[in-house]
Design a protein around this ligand. Structure first.
Ligand code: UD1
Length: 458
């Protein structure tokens, strides 16, 4: 069945209309990091004093996390990009399924709740549908710290039964450097009795941001950003104010937006070290990237050629930018190969990119990409957060107009995405009206019947 026929029959939800082929220019502003903000918000539960977080992006994931904290009894005050959290009177140790199912980061509350209330009951978390995403490493870590944990009917029940109601230090080795498990164990151990070590810890910048904030609250966390983190438990933590680091994934997405539209662009603020692997792949495929002042990067794309990428934990190439980079490679000269090694089900964008005329062949978790001269505007749908960004980048470079649905995914993780891109020169707008064949399709729109039949390999 063609996509045109599908759209004729259905009323589709809010969507983006993207006119492809417009060059970008100027400066694109990078927001605060979503993944840092979420864990820092949970860490606010560790203190009875007020915590002020600045540079928090306005996203639906942040709204859900705010609701979760309120549900536990915390008081939140929001002003633009700041959130003040006061957790003195948290009383509830149970998270309801309806708040947890869409947000994996909800599980971050388990450590602080165990520490503050001696118990926690949390349904297994949801989040992007990109693989099995177990929490066994979180649970093993909590058990090593002395918690009793039971998983029954998809609900995690944990408690501290020791007389003093405190977790205790332990030496923990992670089987895989999981970002979430490292964060859970750091939060659970900073008020535990004694010393904890985490070997094979994740080294992502968000963990360094968490440690920085915890230390300014009086915690003793050493070695964040290395493979071994040591935490010396303290008696209590105080309030603080903390400015969230820039979002390296949003920054990377904008760099790729510049490359795919072949437009020189400045982006910032960024911490360039957080983007090392991405910068070197962009350079390898033909972009010149230079520092612009202290906190900005300037990218000048030239001829883009295919490269090979394997995603891996930091400092390797981030899995969260695998999909956006694949859109770029779909338009590159020659062939490229992208292997996803972190999550097992993170290739949902391939079908949509092929709909746009890309030439991508998937072999398990490896995508073989033959670059095409141009992508064609189409009717496309995002299936998870990063694949949504990837597909919109493809729409920006495509010939003709595209209709993108899946905004519920995009809005989880990109603050004012289309507004920022519009300010930089894109023609992209959010529409709420019913799509009809008259207002959605141009002669450039392709149907599923001619997917992959383009003979325009670059
Ligand atoms: C975090 C990020 C996500 C990013 C990912 C990897 C947040 C809110 N999300 O997710 O955007 O894509 O890091 O950089 O910060 N695993 C286990 N057992 C566990 C935990 C993880 O087997 O207990 C596996 C996962 O299934 C996955 C791999 O470890 O295959 C990496 O997951 P992890 O680093 O934990 O990612 P998240 O913390 O979920």
């Amino acid at each position: 069945m063609s996509s045109v026929a599908t759209i004729k029959r259905n009323v589709i939800p809010p969507h983006l209309e993207v006119k492809g082929g417009c060059p970008l220019s100027g400066i694109l502003k990078v927001s605060g990091a979503k993944n840092s903000s979420l864990v820092l918000m949970a860490a606010a539960l560790l203190t009875k004093e007020k915590l002020l977080l600045e540079n928090v992006p306005q996203l639906t994931d942040i709204e859900v996390m705010s609701e979760i904290l309120s549900n536990l009894g915390a008081k939140l005050t929001k002003t633009n990009n700041s959130i003040e959290i006061h957790s003195e009177f948290i009383h509830n140790a149970e998270l309801p399924y309806q708040l947890v199912h869409s947000l994996r980061a909800s599980f971050f509350c388990v450590g602080p709740l165990l520490t503050r209330l001696g118990k926690a009951k949390i349904p297994l978390p949801g989040g992007c549908n990109i693989g099995a995403r177990p929490v066994d490493e979180h649970i093993n870590g909590l058990k090593a710290l002395g918690a009793e944990v039971e998983v029954k009917d998809d609900v995690v029940k944990a408690q501290v039964s020791s007389k003093n109601k405190r977790l205790h230090g332990a030496n923990i080795t992670l089987k895989y450097p999981s970002v979430g498990a490292t964060e859970t164990i750091v939060m659970a151990s900073c008020l535990a009795l004694g010393k904890t070590t985490i070997s094979n810890a994740a080294r992502e910048p968000e963990i360094q941001d968490l440690a920085k904030m915890l230390n300014s609250m009086g915690a003793k966390v050493f070695g964040a950003g290395t493979k071994k983190i040591t935490i010396i438990g303290v008696e209590s933590l105080r309030g603080t104010s903390h400015c969230v680091i820039p979002d390296r994934i949003e920054a990377g997405t904008f760099l790729i937006a510049a490359a795919i539209t072949r437009s020189p662009l400045t982006i910032g603020p960024v911490i360039p070290n957080h983007l090392g692997a991405v910068i070197s792949k962009l350079q390898e495929c033909g972009c010149s990237i230079s520092h612009h002042g202290n906190h900005h990067l300037k990218i000048i794309p030239r001829d883009i050629s295919g490269v090979e990428i394997t995603t891996s934990p930091f400092p390797g190439f981030p899995t969260d930018l695998q999909a956006p980079f694949m859109s770029l490679m779909a338009t590159a000269k020659g062939s490229s190969k992208i292997k996803e090694s972190v999550f097992e089900k993170r290739m949902q964008h391939v079908l949509e990119l092929n709909k746009m005329g890309a030439c991508i062949y998937l072999e398990n978790n490896t995508a073989h990409i033959k670059g095409v001269k141009e992508l064609l505007g189409s009717n496309v749908k995002g299936g998870d957060l990063r694949s949504s960004a990837a597909i919109i980048l493809a729409c920006l470079s495509a010939k003709g107009t595209s209709i993108f649905t899946g905004l519920e995914h995009l809005d989880r993780g990109y603050e004012k995405f289309e507004e920022k891109l519009t300010n930089a020169g894109s023609i992209i707008s959010r529409k709420f009206e019913k799509i009809t064949p008259q207002n959605s399709f141009t002669s450039n729109t392709i149907s599923e019947d001619n997917i992959n039949t383009q003979k325009n390999a670059a």
